[in-house]
Design a protein around this ligand. Structure first.
Ligand code: ADP
Ligand code: ZN
Length: 729
């Protein structure tokens, strides 16, 4: 295929508009390259697209409109186009939606690419004033650095007219400079920490892989605190030494700050950042520099996979088991799996790091597809925490209390010794249910089939499905009786109340994602806690993820049984991972840690596996069960959710799909449903689920496409296909 189109040639342009086809245009004056980012007219609008190939033709050429202009950014590489096509195919997502992920840089099309900058010029001003002297002092103090007009005015504490006056005389020079500057160079030759035997072995293996310059995936399994980060930073070093780019994915924005500091310590400068907490200007800079090679390392959230890397040599997926890697909105994809796909097109290495790998990755190792490296010991004096169950059946505890006497006494000992305790409860808010003691009514959301969660700090009831909030009513909305509404069950806010009563002298901090207005506030709080600003930390899932609290020696899990309820096929796996991760927060420094799990079923196999730490045994048992049931990772699944304000319509269409299962039967797949989804209504839309199960090797996507193509979607009915579903709500 030709990769350049001369002026007037017919080109096919893919846009991010939901049209689901490539549109024909005429190449602009000067022509355009295959993959070029262009601006094209679409109806009355101007939109951004990518030159995807030659035009289809077949129209009156006189009516085909020309491309407006070629954007001043690096053309999309072949490898990226192949990745988008495959990703769209795999997830059954329109290609245009995939392109949208790849073009999410603000101001890509417009904006000046140059701006004015100011530096020291020549000579002296005709007349010296205080203000003028301050400007020159600032410019001298910063050597050759250039400023924007605003920055310089602020630094010198003068108005911009003072600077402009100096420019007129040539004492300050004004130049055009690119708006988006490359990131500071990272130096891979700086030496890292001296590695232990295990670490060095793993690091050498990863470095060899990167040096080989081919695709490959490694599962780096190591207990929390074993030095996985140190080890994969060596792989990053090798990648940089090869002149290639590296991407590190983290599951949680709150973790980036600590990671940036570690990269700076290792390579002498901070890497580029890509996530929702980064300013628009920085995002544009990151997108452009990644494409031009002005960014060597990017630290980011899952969408960083769609950045236009010029030469991607390594992707690290840290905490690879984390369920937040699954995008549950819009294009449904799992960033861990897409990282592997992206790397396969880029001849890059992938490192999947975790203390508690997903069963998927574990199975890929067993099948010989991934290599596995193990770090078995914590670094330095730190030892793994001891884990014990507290049998709640034997504890003397009133109904509206959750901290057992055994746990309370363990916490008291820590407080007295100046050590920190973490009380873990994976429930935001004050109480998960508000019930009327007069009639038994539970307050639900008006738009969803969900109970509203009391958030006492906000003084409101909140729906965790749609975000709707309302004030806590005085009277029961059902029977009208006043003063009878009561909270049932604990959330972290309610636990905080109990902690304040049980440990009146302790300093308490609550870490829950909804209690912080900004990522910065959360980061500051985490830093303060790490430095000892609290005796007792109450936290949700948020704290399980990789934060280092050196003074923390006790973890108390308030309800270890919580995750075991429900029919999710990954319930056991998730509970196992979460409990081990949370426990791993304890005893990261010299002092040994202890994890206490409050449970009503200490003999449950999952609880027993968590306590014994027999991971291999747990995975083998879990794998055997999934094999028997033919579910992932040993079989394939797709979830189909139909939703509409019209209840009858979703059931009718669901029934029709279930009857028309020919295309699925041909590949040996089965359909289950339609059934009301576990959350049968969200935002006023009724939801019905179908589940498709197939053999691992069956061509599932093609069959699904044929299957749904048989029906016409009525207005206002949405059909969403979720390949490899992670949640079943
Ligand atoms: P993980 O990513 O497995 O949780 P980290 O890489 O964060 O582990 O290591 C845990 C702690 O131990 C960090 O503070 C890290 O700097 C330190 N550490 C690990 N390995 C070494 C080493 N070889 N030399 C010095 N410090 C180390
Ligand atoms: Zn709701």
């Amino acid at each position: 295929m030709t990769d350049f189109f001369d002026h007037g040639a017919l080109v096919g342009v893919l846009t991010a508009q939901p049209l689901d086809r490539v549109l024909d245009y005429l190449a602009p004056e000067g022509g355009c390259a295959l993959g070029a980012f262009v601006e094209v007219p679409l109806g009355p609008r101007k939109v951004i697209g990518v030159v995807w190939g030659p035009g289809q033709g077949g129209y009156d050429l006189a009516k085909v409109r020309p491309v407006n202009r070629v954007l001043d950014v690096a053309p999309m590489r072949d490898e990226m186009r192949s990745f988008l096509i495959r990703a769209a195919d795999y997830t059954i997502t329109p290609l245009s939606a995939m392109l949208r992920l790849a073009t999410r840089a603000p101001g890509l099309g417009g904006g000046e690419s140059m701006r004015k900058v100011y530096r020291l010029g020549h000579g002296d001003p005709d007349r010296q004033t205080d203000a003028r002297r301050r400007v020159l002092e600032v410019l001298q103090a910063y050597g050759g650095l250039s400023f924007t007009l605003g920055e310089l005015a602020e630094q010198a504490g003068v108005s911009t007219s003072v600077i402009k006056g100096l420019v007129k005389q040539g004492v300050v020079s004004e130049e055009d400079a690119p708006r988006d500057l490359p990131y500071p160079r990272l130096d891979p030759l700086r030496s890292g920490k001296a590695l232990t035997g295990d670490q060095a072995t793993a690091s050498d293996a990863l470095r060899d892989g990167v040096r080989g310059g081919a695709f490959g995936v490694t599962l780096l399994k190591g207990v929390t605190g074993s030095g996985k980060t140190e080890v994969y930073l060596e792989a990053v070093a090798e990648c940089l030494a090869q002149g290639r780019q590296a991407l590190v994915l983290l599951p949680e924005i709150a973790l980036t700050a600590e990671f940036l500091t570690r990269v700076e310590a290792r390579f002498g400068a901070k890497p580029a950042e890509w996530h929702s907490g980064v300013t628009m200007t920085e995002r544009r800079r990151c997108w452009k520099m990644v494409g031009q090679g002005g960014a060597q390392v990017v630290v980011g959230a899952r969408s960083a996979l769609f950045l236009p890397f010029r030469d991607l040599g390594l992707i690290v997926v840290d905490e690879e088991h984390d369920s937040s890697y699954k995008q549950e909105d819009g294009a449904l994809y799992n960033a861990r799996d897409m990282a592997v796909l992206r790397a396969s097109f880029a001849a890059a290495q992938v490192v999947l790091a975790s203390a508690t790998p997903s069963l998927e990755s574990w199975a890929n190792v067993e099948a010989g597809k991934y290599r596995r490296l193990d770090l078995t010991a914590r670094f330095g004096a730190a030892v793994l925490p001891e884990m014990r169950a507290i049998d709640m059946r034997a504890e003397d505890l009133p109904g509206s209390r959750w901290i057992s006497p055994s746990l309370a006494s363990a916490v008291r000992t820590r407080v007295a010794a100046g050590e920190q305790s973490l009380l873990f409860l994976n429930r935001r808010g004050y109480a998960p249910v508000t019930i009327c003691r007069a009639c038994g009514h539970q307050i639900g959301c008006d738009h969803c089939d969900a109970r509203m969660v009391e958030h006492r700090f906000q003084k409101r009831l909140v729906c965790h499905q749609c975000g709707e909030t309302k004030p806590i009513p005085e009277a029961c909305p059902s029977c009208g009786v006043e003063g009878k509404l009561a909270p049932v069950g604990p959330g972290v806010e309610r636990l905080a109340e109990e902690v304040a009563e049980v440990f009146p002298d302790a300093r308490v901090a609550v870490l829950s994602s909804d209690l912080f207005g900004s990522a910065r506030a959360l980061k500051d709080q985490i830093l303060a806690i790490a430095q000892g600003a609290a005796d007792i930390i109450i936290g949700t899932q948020l704290v399980a993820k990789g934060h280092n609290f050196p003074l923390l020696t006790l973890v108390g899990v308030i309800d270890a049984d919580l995750g075991l309820q429900g029919s999710d096929l990954r319930a056991a796996e998730r509970t196992f991972q979460l409990m081990r991760q949370v426990a791993g927060r304890a005893g990261r420094a010299e002092k040994p840690g202890l994890a206490l799990l409050q449970t009503f079923q200490p003999e449950h196999p999952v609880i027993r596996a968590i306590l014994s730490g027999d991971e291999e045994g747990f995975w083998r048992a879990e794998a055997a069960e999934r094999k028997m049931a033919g579910v992932p990772p040993y079989g394939r699944m797709a979830g189909i959710v139909l939703s509409s304000p019209d209840l009858q319509a979703v059931f009718d269409l669901g029934g029709e799909l279930a009857r028309l299962d020919g295309p699925l039967r041909r590949i040996g797949a089965q359909v289950y449903g339609p059934a009301p989804a576990p959350i049968a209504r969200i935002r006023g839309r009724h939801r019905v689920r179908l589940l498709v199960k197939a053999d691992k090797t069956a061509p599932l996507q093609a069959a699904l496409r044929d299957w749904v193509a048989q029906v016409r979607l009525p207005n206002n009915l949405r059909l969403q296909i979720d390949i490899d579903p992670q949640s079943f709500y």
